[in-house]
Design a binder for this molecule. Structure first.
Ligand SMILES: Cc1cc2nc3c(=O)[nH]c(=O)nc-3n(C[C@H](O)[C@H](O)[C@H](O)COP(=O)(O)OP(=O)(O)OC[C@H]3O[C@@H](n4cnc5c(N)ncnc54)[C@H](O)[C@@H]3O)c2cc1C
Length: 299
């Protein structure tokens, strides 16, 4: 009887939270979405802003000035690149994943991708050669994470990422910021890069730290020490000591911490973190495909 009352009370709390949050959150009025789940569509490039030789922001036009992309927070798009493969002398195609840095909540009629181009990267070749007026093939939404649908909300997100793995994290951080009057989720971002100049969105992240009154903490990790090291949390790899220093606790049976760890980045970082979380922080073995509600989600 007592257990039943507790269960009913818990369901009522979750329901009330859901209704309150959804009535009050910054949400979109009725809009037309551009993506079609299983079908590639073409979007025209309207501008390029080069940040360095390797990094640029690409802005693509949606079907009308009032269209939204239609991407849930935490999901991504896939881009297909058709090219002539000189090794096989045949037409080839590749697809890769990208998380826009623009949010539907803030933009109409366009979306933006922040891209790092790699010397030997196949898709990087497309972004190296693309010109304003050219079109790319895009399909989506893709992915198993949907931040808005996670209930009850987590108390604390630990985001561990490297390089371009920042883009899904940035999307979630920005969404939490836009809803910060209701969404009190704490976020600790642990962001690794080789060099200071490789850090993407640093200005935006530092500004969000100031705007979010302690709700967001950012730890930069670098392989190579910059001239002034004072703002870097560690030179080297993400290890147990660093995660403890950042506040991550071992998972206890009652899971009072109500935390979730999000991972995105190069395969070495992701597999290293999966092992560390299981062996040192008591997290259950992390499956190859993770879901929104799992204790650890891998993008
Ligand atoms: C969910 C998700 C979201 C993503 N969002 C973005 C995004 O917003 N912007 C973005 O630029 N990328 C993003 N990526 C990475 C992207 O999907 C590609 O992997 C990347 O653009 C490289 O593709 P490529 O074909 O040019 O390189 P590939 O041909 O796949 O790789 C060739 C070589 O490039 C180098 N390389 C490729 N990827 C990496 C890497 N991640 N770290 C270090 N070296 C690498 C390696 O030397 C590799 O051997 C995302 C990935 C995922 C899974």
């Amino acid at each position: 009887m007592v257990n039943n009352s507790v269960a009913v009370a818990s369901v009522a709390v979750v329901l009330a939270t859901y209704i309150y949050f959804n009535l009050n959150k910054k949400s979109l009025p009725k809009f037309e979405t551009s993506l079609i789940k299983d079908q590639f569509q073409e979007f025209e490039l309207i501008s390029i802003v080069n940040h360095t030789d390797e990094i640029a922001t690409y802005k693509f036009k949606l079907p009308s000035a009032t269209h939204k992309l239609g991407l849930p927070i935490g999901q991504h798009i896939t881009i297909q690149y058709d090219f002539f493969n000189e090794e096989t002398n045949e037409k080839s195609e590749i697809i890769r994943h990208y998380t826009p840095v623009s949010l539907d909540l803030e933009t109409d009629g366009y979306f933006e991708l922040l891209i790092k181009k790699y010397k030997l990267g196949k898709m990087s070749q497309l972004f190296r050669n693309i010109k304003v007026g050219d079109k790319i093939k895009v399909r989506g939404p893709k992915g198993f994470y949907d931040y808005e649908k996670i209930l009850p909300k987590k108390d604390h997100l630990y985001m561990i990422c490297g390089g371009t793995g920042i883009t899904p994290m940035y999307q979630i951080i920005r969404y939490v910021y836009l809803n910060k009057h209701l969404d009190k989720t704490k976020i600790t971002l642990i962001y690794g890069n080789q060099r200071e100049e490789d850090i993407l969105l640093k200005k935006e992240l530092d500004s969000l730290v100031n705007l979010m009154d302690g709700q967001l903490k950012v730890h930069y990790i670098l392989d190579n020490a910059p001239k002034d090291e004072s703002w870097v949390s560690k030179i080297g790899y993400v290890d147990k000591d660093l995660l403890v220093k950042c506040g991550l606790k071992a998972l206890d049976e009652s899971d009072k911490n109500n935390t979730q760890v999000l991972l995105c980045g190069p395969p070495g970082l992701v597999s290293g973190m999966k092992k560390l979380l299981s062996s040192e922080f008591n997290y259950p073995r992390i499956k190859p495909i993770t879901k929104s509600d799992d204790k650890v989600f891998v993008f």
